[in-house]
Design a protein around this ligand. Structure first.
Ligand code: S3P
Length: 446
């Protein structure tokens, strides 16, 4: 990523019109590369998200000895080493901004006797890695990190791995996934449980690559996943659906810019990812899902959105994991609604690419929106008919979702909204500006 900041302004825009296809899903893209790198034979991926976070994962899988080749736009071929075949990388692994890439790769190498050094940008180097590294010790892995479990991290995979039985204490698909990937090269059966359901792409993809994996519901609403180690994975074809977390930005833009009407194609509809759609509907959004179909084990569909008068709601805390990345853009929608929107159970937002809760609150305040910050959430006072004043500058703290959310706010605010940097948008959605401009959004250099 460029070290030079590129401030940008989201400006009041005419009605957004037309259709667009957002890039491939980030979570599925990381997993396809990693599992491809662990499998025997060829994995052919189409629709891969070619953004910085995923390209760093591709680079790391290559560094562990798999062949990773780009064959055309979004089309990649991975020839894996087989489970247990990863070798020691020749250099430090730099994951840039990506918590998902780094944590999943830590899991994937933790039961193979190799050593690797993990680092990242100044955002990633402040994020807790102990939540993955401590439970990986159950398999026999060892690590050294900066105080607080921070990167740079040196991880040495287990020489004689043992199976693990672990209850993931927080609602985190990354921790669950790291533990599942590590189980692949541990003898016998490992059991990974969670109290709260989180995105299940790892489980689904492991089954598709041929792992013996079962998921059993628990009485408290959680689930226990059992996976048999010393697995033999076989390369498959993966068609990556479009990312609902990226679709969220044009979607909310079309809701708040008067008279807009847009269509977003081929969006992933996995229920662990669509909490935002449900919440926006409860707020009064005109949001229809059409052409629902199956694609490689996931449902996809086209999402039709029309500008709508929104009203504040209370988001049920149990829905939070199904929309964990969508709170910055939901807060923007809430700013345009009539009445207050209450969001609680957001403690995980404090350890995202930034302290996202604090960044959202500061960004709303800078643009004249009333908001109360809670330890685990916020209450946004919608501006309703009066409109969002705007005219503020938002500190993005290397957080792509903060940058995109506040640029969207500027499209419908009374005065433009400036973000202090837009370069990090390339970590997840490099075509954000051009795709949004194609629908009619106006951005200006700041
Ligand atoms: C992700 C899990 C979530 C999410 C992140 C992607 C994944 O993180 O915020 O953007 O692909 O597993 P946590 O596991 O930390 O909740």
């Amino acid at each position: 990523m460029s070290s030079l900041a590129r401030p940008l302004k989201g400006c009041r825009s005419p009605a957004l019109r037309g259709s667009a296809t957002v890039p491939g899903d980030k979570s599925i893209s990381h997993r396809a590369l990693i599992l491809g790198g662990l499998a025997l034979g060829e994995t052919r991926i189409t629709g891969l998200l070619e953004a910085e976070d995923v390209l760093n994962t591709a680079e790391s899988v290559r560094a562990f000895g798999a062949q990773v080749v780009r064959q055309g736009p979004g089309a990649w071929k991975v020839s894996g080493t087989g489970v247990g075949g990863w070798r020691r990388p020749e250099d430090v692994l730099d994951f840039g901004n990506s918590g998902t890439g780094s944590r999943l790769v830590m899991g994937a190498m933790a039961t193979t006797p190799v050593t690797a050094v993990f680092t990242g940008d100044s955002s990633l180097r402040q994020r807790p890695m102990g939540r993955v590294l401590e439970p990986l010790k159950l398999y026999g892995a060892e690590y050294d990190a900066r105080p607080g479990g921070l990167m740079p991290v040196t991880l040495t995979g287990a020489g004689a791995a043992m199976p693990a039985d672990y209850l993931v204490p927080m609602a985190s698909a990354q921790v669950k996934s790291a533990m599942l990937l590590a189980a692949l090269n541990a003898p016998g059966r490992s059991r990974i449980s969670q109290k709260t359901l989180t995105r299940d792409h790892t489980e689904k993809m492991l089954a598709a690559f041929g792992a013996a994996i079962t998921v059993e519901p628990l009485a408290d609403g959680g689930e226990a996943i059992t996976i048999t180690g010393e697995a033999e994975l076989k390369g498959i074809s993966v068609a990556v659906p479009r990312d609902p977390s990226s679709a969220a930005f044009p979607l909310v833009a079309a809701l708040i810019v008067p008279d807009s009407e847009i269509l977003l194609n081929d969006v992933l509809l996995n229920p662990r990812r669509t909490g935002l759609f449900e919440t926006l509907r409860e707020m009064g959004a005109s949001l229809d899902i059409v052409n629902v179909r199956d694609s490689g084990g996931e449902q996809i569909g086209d999402v039709k959105i029309r500008a709508s008068a929104l009203r504040g709601v209370e988001v049920p805390p149990e829905r939070v994991p199904d929309m964990i990345d969508e709170f910055p853009i939901l807060a923007v929608a809430a700013a345009f609604a009539e009445g207050s929107t209450i969001m609680r159970g957001l403690e995980e937002l404090r350890v995202k690419e930034s302290d996202r809760l604090a960044a959202i609150v500061a960004g709303l305040r800078a643009n004249g929106v009333g908001v109360e910050e809670l330890d685990d959430g916020m209450v946004v006072q919608g501006c309703g008919q009066g409109g969002v004043p705007g005219a503020g500058t938002v500190a993005t703290a290397l957080d792509h979702r903060i940058a995109m959310s506040f640029l969207v706010m500027g499209l419908a605010a009374r005065a433009a909204v400036t973000v202090d940097d837009s370069t990090m948008i390339a970590t997840s959605f490099p075509e954000f500006e051009s795709l949004m401009s194609g629908l009619g959004a106006v951005f200006e250099p700041a």
